[in-house]
Design a protein around this ligand. Structure first.
Ligand code: ATP
Length: 322
């Protein structure tokens, strides 16, 4: 096969991933639990081109640095194998805290594996996706999944567990975009700085397994109030550890905070909604089925909210053409 196209949805961690136990193998310091989105997605096409002497990468219609993509391709193609033209598009802002690195690397790995390693199992695929971006392995799965950090030095027990498919609990997500530009400090740089300098980082790592247990149970029981509590706690705690880094990482702006307050006001009024925020200024409001219209209208009315995106839960990364 000389060309392959794959698509993958972004995923949002409800129990956050923040920090690594091995930067070289990109192994997380703690586990995470996420939902995969249907409508914020990456489509990536790879074409083998025997005439190229180096990989080419086009992202969102512009030529981009091919080195991170080449590093992932090198994990899948034979030594000295052919170079590739990789064309990828995210249908949402790139590098703005909306998990483009996750959907981008998941789509890349699924398309590259179809060309170079069609027999590869899902565990090996997940390990390679994780090397590209720590959260990418979660976008290989749909619905709800958990990334287990593991303890093995070689990362062999760092694996993703699919918990439930998207249709099991059709939650909806409203994303309030408060600044679509790329963030000043990438997730990778931000978590490294937090690990190296934040006095709260050890407390963060020590507390994640209890959050994972709570969130798993909440998903299994479809207990929205419990999932809301543990998810907001995990997000705020992650940002607290980052705020305490030196220099402190402040990913939020005024509209971010206004959205967090609005989500809590809505919940007090009986609307089924909770928030989560990743390394960036956007707020993701997770809604019970039937509540997203009201949440989207309310968040869109806040000063500083540039755009509101909506998505249901979706499937894992997949090939769309061969
Ligand atoms: P996350 O929320 O997962 O941290 P993000 O979108 O907020 O992701 P970064 O962590 O800064 O931002 O990651 C953005 C980087 O991910 C981009 O600079 C690019 O290198 C890579 N990336 C984004 N989209 C794609 C894609 N479609 N294909 C390959 N790589 C991508």
């Amino acid at each position: 096969m000389n060309t392959a196209t794959a698509r993958a949805g972004a995923n949002i961690a409800l129990v956050k991933y923040w920090g690594k136990r091995d930067p070289r193998l990109n192994l997380p310091a703690a586990g995470s639990l996420s939902i995969t989105l249907a409508d914020l997605e990456t489509v990536t096409r790879i074409e083998v081109d025997q005439g190229l002497d180096a990989d080419r990468f086009e992202l969102d219609g512009r030529s981009a640095d091919p080195r991170p993509v080449a590093a992932v391709l090198d994990l899948l193609r034979p030594a000295g194998g052919p170079r590739c033209r990789v064309v990828s598009r995210n249908n949402f802002p790139t590098g703005a805290g909306l998990a483009s690195s996750a959907s981008g690397h998941a789509a890349l790995v699924v398309a590259a594996a179809a060309i170079f390693c069609p027999q590869m199992g899902s565990g090996d695929l997940a390990a390679i996706a994780r090397r590209g971006s720590g959260s990418a392995s979660r976008s290989l799965f749909g619905g709800f999944c958990q990334l287990h950090a593991g303890v093995a030095e070689d990362g062999s027990d760092c694996r993703v567990e699919g918990l439930e498919e998207a249709g099991y609990w059709p939650l909806e997500v409203v994303v309030a975009i408060t600044d679509a530009g790329p963030k000043a400090v990438s997730s990778r740089a931000g978590m490294n700085r937090t690990m190296a300098t934040s006095p709260y980082y050890p407390a963060w790592v020590a507390s994640v397994s209890a959050d994972l247990e709570r969130a798993r149970r909440a998903v299994a029981d479809r207990d929205f109030d419990e999932l809301a509590e543990v998810s907001e706690h995990s997000a705020l705690k992650m940002h607290a550890s980052a705020l305490a880094a030196q220099p402190g990482l402040l990913y939020w702006n005024a509209a971010t905070v206004a959205c967090l307050r609005r989500v809590r006001e809505l919940r007090d009024q009986g609307v089924g909604v909770f928030f989560t925020v990743d390394a960036g200024p956007q707020v993701k409001a997770v809604c019970l089925p039937g509540q997203a219209d009201r949440v989207a209208a309310s968040l869109a009315s806040i000063a500083g909210v540039e755009q509101v995106l909506r998505s249901g839960l979706g499937p894992g990364a997949r090939l769309v053409e061969s």
